[in-house]
Unconditional design. Structure first.
Length: 272
């Protein structure tokens, strides 16, 4: 009996470790997207004030278009009726750059999940798009090591930081810097990154759906570990690969966003 409880306690602990790791990674992505969104707001206000709203086309036409397109695609997949949409139509009165109006599903938990998926679609779709883009450029994550299994969250985070740092160094190597594809992708990474954070209206619809989403992840992880009867190294190994690839993309977007912000600030001071 004691062995039974010890084994299941170990499995529960492993599942909790993986859930905590997933929550930390998702939170990191959300914070990065929020920082990019704040940069976009400051830059847009500065550009529109000095040069008119058309100056926001620099990144807005692509970033906003992808943002609204992800909302639209998610509505279609979930069977939600779209009333009207504009992929890019700036409104100088409200500051809105585009919109998708759809009939929201109010049916309890299912409706909350659908609203949450629509609200967060730009974040996950944008990150997936840019991650595929960095692979198109020629960057590759490290191979999965099936023997890799950190026994605690600090070990995972330490390894994650090391691999992300190495991944960024490989990304900005001379091999990529002289490739036109790298700079095309970098422009896309800047444009999409600045606009992939859910808006305030989007966030209103995500609270209960995201909570349920984490509950599903927790149950799935525990069930998987329970079936296997021992901790699975493959989950964290693949989580490491995915997290590093997405983080390299996100960090590069943040660096580009910082350069873009200071460049705009300099230009608006020199050419008011």
């Amino acid at each position: 009996m004691s062995a039974f409880f010890a084994t299941n306690s170990y499995i529960l602990k492993s599942a909790c470790l993986q859930l905590l790791t997933a929550a930390m990674l998702i939170s990191g992505v959300a914070v990065g997207a929020l920082v990019l969104n704040r940069i976009e707001l400051r830059v847009s206000r500065s550009l529109s004030h000095h040069y008119g709203w058309k100056s926001m086309l620099i990144t807005g036409w692509l970033g906003t278009g992808i943002h609204e397109l992800s909302h639209l695609a998610c509505c279609k997949v979930l069977g939600l009726r779209v009333v009207d949409f504009k992929l890019y139509k700036p409104d100088t009165r409200t500051g809105t750059l585009g919109y998708v109006y759809f009939v929201q599903d109010k049916r309890g938990l299912l409706g909350a999940i659908k609203r949450s998926m629509v609200g967060t679609a730009p974040l996950f779709f944008g990150l997936c798009l840019l991650t595929l883009g960095v692979i198109w450029v020629g960057w590759r994550p490290e191979k999965v090591n099936p023997d890799f299994y950190p026994r605690d969250t600090p070990a995972f985070i330490t390894s994650f930081i090391q691999q992300t740092s190495l991944g960024l160094m490989r990304l900005i190597s001379s091999k990529h810097v002289w490739d036109v594809k790298f700079w095309v992708w970098s422009y896309v990474a800047l444009s999409v990154g600045l606009h992939m954070a859910p808006s305030r209206a989007d966030m209103k619809n995500t609270k209960w759906g995201l909570t349920f989403f984490f509950v599903i992840i927790a149950v799935a992880l525990f069930s998987f570990q329970l079936v296997r009867r021992n901790p699975s190294p493959e989950i964290l190994s693949w989580a490491m690969v995915i997290a590093v690839a997405a983080s390299v993309t996100l960090f590069w977007s943040l660096l580009l966003g910082a350069v873009y912000f200071f460049t705009v600030q300099l230009i608006t001071r020199l050419l008011p």
